[in-house]
Design a protein around this ligand. Sequence first.
Ligand code: MN
Ligand code: MN
Length: 301
Amino acid sequence: MDKDVYEKYLSAGKIASEARDFGISLIKTGGKFIEVAEKVESKILDSGAALSFPVNIAINDLAAHYSPRNDDELVFKRGDVVKLDVGSHIDGYIADTAITVEIETNKYDKMIKASSDALDFAISHMRANIDLSEIGKIIEGTIKSYGYNSIDNLTGHSLDRYELHSGMSVPGISNTFCRVKPKPGDVIAIEPFATNGIGHVISGKGSNIYILKPTIKSKIIRDNKLKILFNRMSAKFKTLPFAQRWCNNMSDNIDISLRKLSYLGLVKNYSQLVEQNGGIVTQKEHTVIVMKDGCEVITVT
Ligand code: MN
Ligand code: MN
């Protein structure tokens, strides 16, 4: 990896992890989701990085893909198991990191430790040329040793410039056909999920998170206002996920515009991912740079 690119990854990682830890300090009973999301996003921007996806706040049986809208009324409650997932990038070089906390109670300490230990073990084994299904085996084994299930259809992922999921997956289970081996310099997010449910997520309601899907059709949008909006969004978000609330000043009625763009197949909405049996879910995530004999975690302060 080029020195300049490496430096960018390191600073994106530092900024994302500082924002993650700051976000955790804000999560308190009665606090609003939207306030935490906006403060964490502002911190990333103030630190000189850009946002690689909207801050995700997923509670209890929700595993991922919830980011509040501006008018979101949700507040944190005592006993909530909160996953805070944060991403930043510098010049397209992305850091992705997440952590779980339980508000005021300690009922799920062991489950939080299960995903955290699974991540630590996975990191300690990650190196160039390891079969990623080996990492899945380590993750599943660790989580099972605590008496929980690893979610079988959520994975870690390789990252590339302006690409949050660039092709390789890091499975959370051993029983997989995944036989991919990373090379030195590959950047990978590892993110074990533990649950007391069945260990599978299903798509729930739509979310506030979108991604552009430019196709040949984007050249022939007939509605001029929509075309201008699409071009502005493409320039701003490129190939990274974004929130509806980031576009409020880009259109008179952003919800209608997003619906029209979805209808044309130019925007995709992410579904919320919920544990199939309503199990509580914990997650921990770090981004690492793969090296010949190990890996370097970049999402540390
Ligand atoms: Mn993440
Ligand atoms: Mn990730």
